[in-house]
Design a protein around this ligand. Sequence first.
Ligand SMILES: C[S@@+](CC[C@H](N)C(=O)[O-])C[C@H]1O[C@@H](n2cnc3c(N)ncnc32)[C@H](O)[C@@H]1O
Length: 410
Amino acid sequence: VTGVDRFDAIQSLKTALAVFDDVRDIVETRVDEARAPDWCLRRNWTDFLLQLSDSDVADCEAHGLAARVRSMEGVPRDLLELASNIQQVISLPALGTSPHELSRTSRHAIMLRKQAQLSALLGALLHMGSAARRIVDVGSGSGHLTRLAAELFGRETIGVERNSNLVEAASARLGDKQDVRFVLGDACESLVLEPSDLALGLHACGILGDRLVRAAVLSGCDLCLVSCCFQKTATDLRAAASRTAAHVLLRRDVLGLANLTSQAQGVEVSIEATMRARNVRFALRRLLRARGVVLEPGAEMHGLNRRRARVGLSDVAQRALAMRGLDAATDAELAEHEAAASTEYAEVRRLSLPRSMLSRLVEVVVVLDRAASLQESGAHVLVATVCDRKFTPRNLGIFASRDPARLPSI
Ligand SMILES: C[S@@+](CC[C@H](N)C(=O)[O-])C[C@H]1O[C@@H](n2cnc3c(N)ncnc32)[C@H](O)[C@@H]1O
């Protein structure tokens, strides 16, 4: 089937918002300490959550509470119902197009996970790419998509990127290729598209995704956007792109929830290592607060590479204290916070499960809002998963065109 026969972004957004509006309080209150938040007490979920066994918790963290509650005992009825509604809303179609096979030279020096994303996207873009006068890849990064799209479709292709090192490296990789070039620039400030363009954004992060959608709406050009990192925005609140979601303002920390990934296999490391790192972050937060540092939720790692949390508490704590001009931690202090954190964090993990369950819902709401704004402007739209989550958890693609025949099949 063609995507357009099956997909209505405005209707899908309305359905998603009906679920989302009822859980705004959960989404907006992160569990930061070992105390049940009001949303949990109000719904009488606390006892159920706190009595979960370690293996149930690990299982829910790996696969998501929504996917697991049906096989668990004693689940409150409204939690069960919410989980089922969420499952329905986040079940989006998968692309039905065949991946484009990359030649050995084309895929040289591209990571395997990125290769899978590129093959899937290029395969889905066959009609749009062939119809475009020009292809504009926004936030082109290393430039692989730009280069491969130019190779496949043989027409003028431009990569727009604001990082000069990336533009230089991507240009150097081109050799003597004719129709393709990289332009240094901030696409949030100066992006103008033509109606005959195909605009691309693979992991066009944060506000860049919104700007790309707006530029596509204004020009009426074809678009393929895979969104990521919605929280990368200079403003505290994201206003909706669509009229359908006009009432939905999302805070930056709520947007950040969409980046939380629960899957059996961590993206860069094992799920166990991810959990250990979260425990370390919790202990660090505890220690910093005990030293009088006022912290926004999640701010304990500000200024530090988040991967450092995998090294252990001592390393991140000494760095975080030094950064704030505070005395180094003693061994006794580190041991005290590490021990207290492991008990308290067990509760935090349990109480956090309902909010974590909403991460994909937030992602879907923002993606559908973008898609609905395109549909409202007269485009035909498809939202589909472009590849398996093991290749990237940020795998939701928006495809939009004035010509429904150009959309990929599902
Ligand atoms: C997550 S990376 C994705 C890169 C590439 N598309 C890919 O899939 O490998 C996002 C890229 O967008 C670039 N970027 C972010 N905001 C931008 C803006 N306003 N204008 C141009 N480039 C931007 C970043 O520098 C980064 O290279």
